[in-house]
Design a protein around this ligand. Structure first.
Ligand code: PLP
Length: 386
């Protein structure tokens, strides 16, 4: 059975060109870039090239790129590194729909005497900028608002937000883990201070990430030890991962148009057909203002997990909007924040596509979905009239 992979917001396939480029650094060129000998030292220039390629995709200076181990480390560094660098300010502003890498790090700071404000979102998953303007003040150290939501794909007006935050003298971080490689960014023209990336979401392997730090931004190191990354992040560099992420960024830059044409068209075809062919389902999020690859659909009166299990029998990989914690199904905090009713939040499925998906795969999923939904509805004790 072939795998139809529609879970790219969870993780993505390593691009063949990326794998090819990184392999020599695992096999032959294993030296430490900090070594004095030529064998080790020679890979320092490959790290430099990786940095330049990431900077080219983000349109920023290579010196503004710090390599990390993942998106979670980048988010934690941004939050904890900012608070340590600005000790006299005691307020953090974020949103209710952030990834746990941001939400948990912010909530943890409440135990250290910080006030954390989590901005609400409307039914489309969008924040109210007036609420942000009211909340941010001269006691605000950091505002952390994601570029695009991982569950719904909803995009936030990040450049406008960054301007509001800058006017109040606070530092602005955005978790762009889901946005980079899917929509164009131009950091030279933006007021964003800190931005997180994760390699495995854009066809590089797991174990490498980036924190962009705008020149002049105050930030204390989160990882201390050696002098790597100009003293901003200690730890021997993941050379193969950095080379891979550089290549993935180069590919992403050339594939951005495809992301917004081919991938978006496939996503729209999948979504529109499912919404027509399966009864009692609804789109979660903002139909227009979202990532081109993401679709989050709720199927009333059935469990997302049950849909996933039946999809899995056909080799189809997707995600559900609820997570099994302590034996009970907890609906997604994102959908709950958007006011999605409990029964709909429970039955939500996220499809997230990539440039590797084909028309044939999408047609197969479109054919199977009504069968799966009808079968589960027949078993559901909650369906009206049954
Ligand atoms: N932020 C967002 C929006 C994500 O979607 C994810 C991963 O799902 C992360 C952060 C964490 O990234 P990583 O898995 O690289 O730690």
């Amino acid at each position: 059975m072939e795998t139809i992979y529609l879970d790219n917001n969870a993780t993505s396939k390593v691009a063949p060109e990326v794998l090819e480029e990184m392999l020599p650094y695992l096999r032959d060129l294993y030296g430490n870039p900090s070594s004095m000998h030529t064998f080790g030292g020679q890979v320092a220039r490959n790290i430099r090239q990786g940095r330049e390629r990431v900077a080219a995709l983000l349109k920023c200076d290579p010196a503004e790129i710090i390599f990390t181990s993942c998106g979670t480390e980048s988010d934690n560094t941004a939050i904890k590194g900012t608070l340590a660098a600005v000790p006299n300010k005691r307020k953090i502003i974020t949103t209710r729909v952030e990834h746990p890498a941001v939400l948990t790090a912010c909530r943890e700071m409440e135990n250290h005497g910080y006030t954390v404000i989590e901005l609400a979102v409307d039914e489309k998953g969008q924040i109210d900028l007036d609420e942000l303007i009211d909340a941010v003040d001269d006691d605000t150290a950091l505002v952390s608002i994601m570029y695009a939501n991982n569950e719904t794909g909803v995009i936030f007006p990040i450049d406008k937000i960054a301007e509001i935050v800058q006017q109040e003298g606070a530092i602005f971080h955005t978790d762009a883990v889901q946005a980079v490689g899917k929509i164009p960014l131009n950091l030279n023209e933006s007021k964003i201070d800190l931005l997180s990336i994760s390699g495995h979401k854009l066809h590089a392997p797991k174990g490498v990430g980036v924190l962009y730090v705008k020149k002049g931004t105050r930030l204390s190191p989160f990882m201390v030890g050696g002098h790597q990354e100009a003293g901003r992040r200690a730890g021997t560099e993941n050379v193969a991962g950095i080379v891979a992420l550089g290549k993935a960024c180069e590919l992403a830059a050339t594939n951005l148009d495809e992301e917004n044409t081919k991938v978006k068209n496939l996503r729209d075809k999948l979504e529109n057909t499912i919404l027509k062919s399966c009864l009692q389902c609804r789109l979660n999020g903002d139909k227009d203002n979202r990532l081109p690859n993401t679709s989050n659909i709720s199927f009333e009166f059935i469990e997302g997990e049950a849909i996933l299990l039946l999809l899995d029998r056909f080799g189809i990989c997707a995600s559900s909007g609820s997570a099994c914690t302590s034996g009970s199904l907890e609906p997604s905090h994102v959908l709950r924040a958007m006011g999605v009713p409990f029964t709909a939040a429970h039955g939500s499925i996220r499809f997230s596509l990539s440039r590797y998906n084909t028309e044939k795969e999408i047609e197969f999923v479109i054919e199977k979905m009504p069968e799966i939904v009808n079968r589960l509805r027949q078993l559901s004790p909650f369906v009206a009239g049954q």
